[in-house]
Design a protein around this ligand. Structure first.
Ligand code: FES
Length: 70
């Protein structure tokens, strides 16, 4: 059986070649059949244990409302 590759992003998730089963603290098992699975390490994901990109810093795309009307 080939070795399973795991990549660690120091600012984000751990990427694991799937399928993956994760045993959670409450005894349940989370499973993903994706080719590569992003496992959250920041614990802020709304879909924990899967990364939902919440770890990424947010950038503003529009100026704050007070700057729009001179
Ligand atoms: S690592 Fe991406 S949401 Fe936690």
């Amino acid at each position: 059986m080939p070795a399973r590759r795991v990549s660690v992003d120091p600012q984000g998730p751990v990427l694991i070649e799937g399928p993956v089963e994760i045993a959670l603290g409450d005894g349940t098992i989370a499973r993903s059949d994706r080719f590569v699975v992003a496992v959250c390490t920041c614990r802020r994901s709304r879909t924990y244990p899967w990364c939902d990109t919440t770890h990424r810093p947010r950038e503003r795309t529009a100026p704050p409302p007070e700057d729009r009307n001179p």
